[in-house]
Write a protein that binds this ligand. Sequence first.
Ligand code: GDD
Ligand code: MN
Length: 368
Amino acid sequence: MDKTELALDSVELTVVVPTFNEAENIGLLVQKLDQALGGIRWEVIFVDDDSRDGTAEHVRRLAHADPRIRCLQRIGRRGLSSACIEGVLASSAPYVAIMDADLQHDEELLPRMLGALRTEPLDLVVGSRYIDGGGIGEWGKGRAKISSLATRLSRLICKTEIADPMSGFFMFRREVFEHAIRRLSSQGFKILLDLLASSPRPLRVKELGYEFRLRRHGESKLDTLVAWEFGMLIADKLIGHLIPVRFILFGMIGVLGLFVHLAVLGLSVRGLALTFTTAQAGASIMAMTFNFFLNNILTYRDQRLKGARLLRGLLSFYLICGIGVVANVGIANYVFTAHYTWWLAGIAGVVVGSVWNYAVSSIFTWKR
Ligand code: GDD
Ligand code: MN
């Protein structure tokens, strides 16, 4: 085979499918892709976050017999957006689609999406539930309401008018992605919204309606904290260029920690009649522990520590905060002896201590 023949064989469309515990859906999805994409040179990349149900092994078994199938397995990581991003980066096709594994997205739309991208001046084609021909199937009222609220909120950061910015089903030219990649927040569930908000110029988008189907096997990973991640994404896009959203969260949790500290201190001194020094030490440990766990769940939700790493993280957090206190007192003393008022000195100490705690724990406790 010469080079031109090889080029003719190259893949035109990569379908990136993020998976977490989807073993039962993989085989069926591949069958459906095969039927829907006749005549197109395509491949599918499953990005699996080390599912316990053997999804990755299952994909590799299928891949053994079919070179159009690939598995990208990530260890110790979670996150729908980051999984999609890494899947796209593993593709070299001119067109890339992102699609869920659970058969809720209508694969029949894929050839129409590709046709539109090939022939029309477009960057992105979105499978939409909120235009003619689209629908949300048999969703409960609650989820429908939440989805419509989120859609309205997302308009705050979208540069392009679009009916379904929360869709998890879309196809784009790879340059579009390459232009946005370094600006993506890559947090949470909302990769399309991230792309729309992060692209340097408004994208040329077309929406195609489809009916969101019911999940047949396995269960949804969308939990309440996904709403939290959504809020983080919106905040990051609105103010993230001024001050990191994580730092704001870290600071807010720090303030909560202060209340915990005072409550424990009060109880131990008054209720348990401990000496002040013992009570203060106990309260500090309680507050640090409280801050650590809250930060682990909220601020660093996408890098949550578990098991042995959780314990190691906690110990490193104690150590870092311990040094933070020394820095805090040192700076406050310095400012105070330079003849500034006590409260200014106090604030300076707290600010320096918090920045230290945040910066160093982001490197050592929640290292990437
Ligand atoms: N690799 C990886 N890592 N995949 C994940 C993760 C993760 O942490 N969490 C979920 N997935 C995969 C699932 O296995 C599934 O293939 C796909 O991402 C969507 O997850 P679901 O749990 O089925 O989400 P959903 O159906 O509730 O939400 C869908 O609809 C939303 C619109 O309401 C998704 O398409 C969302 O992106 C979309 O916004
Ligand atoms: Mn789903």
